[in-house]
Design a protein around this ligand. Structure first.
Ligand code: KIV
Length: 287
């Protein structure tokens, strides 16, 4: 009746994450959109893989996340979920897949679990979507909330702008944090808010806060994988620390390949099949 859960690597669960409130071990979350990258991030010990709707920008080359569809999220979710042996997989609910009504929100969240193979869903918004969060959680689907700079509201904000500056704005973000906690979210992403506000929210709510551009006091951090790995050309937000320069490495490697193809240095003898070996496979089947 129950799936075999006896493999050696332990999967991170929602109760595990809920228990990771400071001063325990901080939660390390990274976005992933495909199997290959997700597998490497999982191997590195990342706790949570976020199938973010930022894939609109990173994978599709869009200016913002608004056009991303639920079917696209499901497609990428399945690819990431296949790779996640250890990490918990959370999927973003895209713009207009939950804003219309609580029923729409529950249906979309269910589809993301059933067809996108994610283990929890993330929604942008605070007090105004608390009822939707409550209904999704009541349907048995864990919810990660996302407040502060919510990129799906880019046009309402007039751009990707820091939120919660000034007393009134800070009170609004704090009220959002309380509302999503009360609605049953197991964690909350705080995006682009001043560090003192993030520290206050972290100390006042009982669920883990996961910061992106929110300073060091959160219970965890999240970065977009292409920012973290230095693969993004053009503008990179101030908070996005680059831990490698993979973009430069890719260009360097591809240039070397182009040169070797043109000079016939590639392929060498070691890359060619032997003429008389019948059983040499092209690729070993994976089991
Ligand atoms: O879609 C995304 O990448 C996100 C992160 C910025 C938190 O929501």
């Amino acid at each position: 009746m129950y799936a075999n859960t006896s493999s050696k690597v332990r999967k991170v669960t929602v109760p595990d994450l809920r228990a990771r409130k400071s001063p325990s071990r901080s939660i390390a979350m990274v976005t992933a959109y495909d199997f290959t990258m997700a597998r490497l991030l999982d191997e590195a010990g990342v706790d949570v893989l976020l199938v973010g709707d930022s894939l609109g920008m990173i994978v599709q080359g869009l200016d913002n996340t608004i056009p991303v569809t639920l079917d696209e999220m499901c497609y990428h979710g399945r690819a990431v979920a296949r790779a996640a042996v250890h990490a918990h997989v959370v999927g973003d609910m895209p713009f207009m897949s939950y804003q219309v009504s609580s029923s729409q929100a529950v249906e979309s969240a269910g589809k993301l679990l059933k067809e996108g193979a994610v283990e929890s869903v993330k929604l942008e918004g605070g007090q105004e979507i608390a009822e939707h969060i409550f209904r999704i959680v009541r349907a048995g689907i864990p919810v990660m909330a996302h407040i502060g700079l919510t990129p799906q509201s880019v046009h309402a904000f007039g751009g990707f702008k820091v939120q919660g500056r000034g007393e009134d704005a800070a009170e609004r973000v704090l009220a959002d944090a309380r509302a999503v906690e009360q609605a049953g979210a197991y964690a909350v992403v705080l995006e682009a808010v001043p560090p003192d506000l993030a520290a206050r929210i972290t100390s006042e709510v009982g669920i883990p806060t996961i910061g992106i551009g929110a300073g060091p006091s959160c219970d965890g951090q999240v970065l977009v994988c292409s920012d973290l790995l230095g693969m993004v050309r053009g503008h990179v937000p101030k908070f996005a620390k680059r831990y490698a320069e993979l973009g430069d490495l890719v260009v360097e490697a591809a240039r070397a390949y182009v040169d070797e193809v043109r000079s016939h240095a590639f392929p060498g003898a070691e890359h060619c099949y032997k003429p008389n070996t019948q059983t040499e496979p092209v690729v070993e089947l994976r089991h």
